[in-house]
Design a protein around this ligand. Sequence first.
Ligand SMILES: C[S@@+](CC[C@H](N)C(=O)[O-])C[C@H]1O[C@@H](n2cnc3c(N)ncnc32)[C@H](O)[C@@H]1O
Length: 205
Amino acid sequence: MLNQKGFDQWASQYDQNVEQTDESQKYPFAGYNEILAEIEKRVLSRPHEKVLDIGFGTGVLTSRLYRQGCGIYGQDFSEKMIDLARQKMPDARLYQGDFTQGLVRQLQKERYDAILSTYALHHLTDGQKVQFLKELLPLLQDGGCIYIGDVAFETRAALEICRAQEGQRWDPDEIYFVVEELKEAFPKLQFEKFSYCAGLLSLQK
Ligand SMILES: C[S@@+](CC[C@H](N)C(=O)[O-])C[C@H]1O[C@@H](n2cnc3c(N)ncnc32)[C@H](O)[C@@H]1O
């Protein structure tokens, strides 16, 4: 699992790496662009969006929302990722903080129309995911929604098939979403599959 330093080192090459992996439809980023585009469309379907992005990275998605008038808030632990994102979004409120410790204090005080996270929350254990989502839900405005785009599977069996297919390429340190299991804590959770290894989870308040 990459730590803060690992993400700092990856930052300058990140956008290029992800694009290449997505274009070749390879794990783990097959479906990346489509998922981000879908989240962008849904967020912009509501006016005056105030958006929180957890693990925003170089700001690929949030910078598009920023340019279209959304108020952007975010948390990431990589200084280098934050620097790159800040260049694209000078007025966004971006904070450095480890989400395994929860949300930084400044972000807990706000209320958001949308909370999103793409390809980041697989750094939490399944138990931490449940706890973190429970922390995030009350921060949504009425009618607001949490969108999570990531490596994700409807069932544990589907995850195991993908793990077997990927062999050595599978990252054993990342803990991917299994929707049927997360639904036990969040029965309203929706899942749409975008590629053989990734999808969009949405959770409305
Ligand atoms: C694979 S990148 C995804 C970036 C962006 N959301 C995207 O879709 O392109 C994961 C991001 O999550 C951040 N991240 C990973 N673990 C984190 C943690 N424990 N706390 C805060 N940020 C974390 C990394 O620094 C990195 O910017």
